[in-house]
Design a protein around this ligand. Structure first.
Ligand SMILES: [Zn+2]
Length: 67
C-alpha cells in the first residue's frame, strides 16, 4: 500500500512540475514558457518560476512572444 501512495505522489509531483515563468510585477499579465523570452526582457520586477496551474489561477495568459 505504501508503494501505491508513493507512485501517486510521484505522478502528482510530475504534473505540478509544469513550470512557467512570470515577471513579478503589478502590471504583468502573462506567463512565459521560455525563461529567455523577449517578453521577459522588459520585466522590471523579479523573474519567478511557478507552475502552470498557479499562473492560470493568477489569471495570466500566455505571452505573445513565445517562439
Ligand atoms: Zn514570453
Amino acid at each position: 500500500m505504501k508503494t501505491i501512495a508513493l507512485i501517486a505522489l510521484i505522478l502528482c509531483f510530475t504534473r505540478e512540475n509544469n513550470i512557467v515563468y512570470i515577471c513579478d510585477s503589478p502590471t504583468a499579465e502573462v506567463y512565459h514558457l521560455n525563461e529567455n523570452c523577449r517578453g521577459l526582457k522588459k520585466c522590471k520586477g523579479e523573474l519567478k518560476k511557478i507552475t502552470l496551474d498557479r499562473a492560470k489561477s493568477l489569471k495570466r495568459r500566455l505571452c505573445g512572444f513565445e517562439d
